[in-house]
Design a binder for this molecule. Structure first.
Ligand code: OGA
Ligand code: NI
Length: 318
């Protein structure tokens, strides 16, 4: 399907915001181009990701995810759609968040802390590439969030608050889908149907397609449409918090990955509010005749529950 393309270098913010609004009302997915992240960095990122996943399982298990959800998630660890899946997603992953040192006051907060890194001996320069990409993706995410704020008739900097995007939960996730053909009729998926949890997601994939979206998650029979990668562009989608903030004006879009038997690499960057952020209906999104549909929720609580619902053997102490 054809998605709207947002040119992040355009000086006409009003026009970009209106395009985003239309895209969010229509599908909740759009491409972002001219975002400033170089092709060279994307190439380095995928190269390093591939290098990690090529290691034997034994090596990868040394950096298994911790209770803070940082590090390696093995094949089938995650089951994004437990109602339909007969086994976990046919993918392995690696979570990298904001690096918060142990002596930083934020380190006591849920979902903040230090990352788990593969050793420099086996993957020299790996951490540097990941940190560089994390920083650049965060900058792009904040810019897109400003356009989203405008699209909801808020001040552009609405999300630039300490508890929202100044100290966000911002998770880079490397993904490697194995060469197993998906069989929806048997409950086998690359990634089960889900919506993302936070504010927005910036996705980049290799050339192998597989991503599908369902525009109307409430419909009786679901219609799935392919979203193809666009070289150099981010595929951006909005998450559950924006749905709650916007009082369902913008719905978080269901998506899944179906594999055709070819292995596939992708990198998702989840931009999410900080754990203490109370997500409640925005001032521009309710009225007397349209009251808030969702009770306020603290993002840390929401995220802990979603991780619990979708990850096997979660050792999370939250
Ligand atoms: C995700 C996701 C899609 C992809 O990680 O939440 O939807 O193409 N990934 O890997
Ligand atoms: Ni997703």
């Amino acid at each position: 399907m054809a998605l709207t393309t947002i040119d992040l270098s355009s000086p006409d913010l009003t026009k970009s915001a209106s395009l985003i609004r239309q895209a969010c009302l229509d599908s909740g997915f759009f491409y972002v181009i001219n975002h400033g992240v170089s092709q060279e960095l994307f190439d380095d990122l995928f190269h390093q990701s591939r290098k990690f996943f090529e290691f034997p399982l034994e090596e990868k298990m040394k950096v298994l995810r911790d209770q803070n959800f940082r590090g390696y998630t093995p094949l089938e660890d995650e089951k994004l759609d437990p109602s339909k899946q007969t086994k976990g997603d046919c993918k392995e992953g690696y979570y990298i968040g904001v690096e918060v040192a142990k002596d930083d006051p934020r380190a006591t907060k849920r979902f903040f802390g230090s990352n788990v890194w593969p050793s420099e001996e086996i993957l020299p320069g790996w951490r540097q590439i990941m940190e560089k990409y994390h920083q650049e993706a965060l900058n792009v995410g904040r810019k897109v969030a400003r356009l989203i704020a405008l699209a909801l008739n808020l001040n552009a900097n609405f999300f630039d608050k300490p508890e929202i995007l100044e100290d966000p939960i911002a998770i880079l996730r490397l993904l490697h889908y194995v060469d197993e053909k998906s069989k929806p009729e048997l409950g086998i998926y690359g990634a089960g149907a889900h919506s993302d949890f936070g504010l927005l997601t910036l996705l980049v994939t290799d050339e192998v397609s597989g991503l599908q979206i369902c525009k109307n998650k409430d419909a009786q029979s679901q219609n799935w449409e392919d979203v193809n990668p666009l070289k150099g562009a981010f595929i951006v989608n909005i998450g559950d918090m924006l749905e709650r903030w916007s009082n369902n004006i913008f719905r978080s879009t269901m998506h899944r990955v179906l594999l055709s038997g070819q292995e596939r690499y992708s990198v998702a960057f989840f931009l999410e509010p900080g754990p203490d952020c109370l997500v409640e209906c925005l001032p521009t999104c309710h009225s007397e005749t349209n009251p808030p549909r969702h009770p306020p929720v603290k993002y840390g609580d929401y995220l802990a529950q979603r991780y619990k619902d979708t990850h096997g053997n979660a050792t999370s102490s939250y």
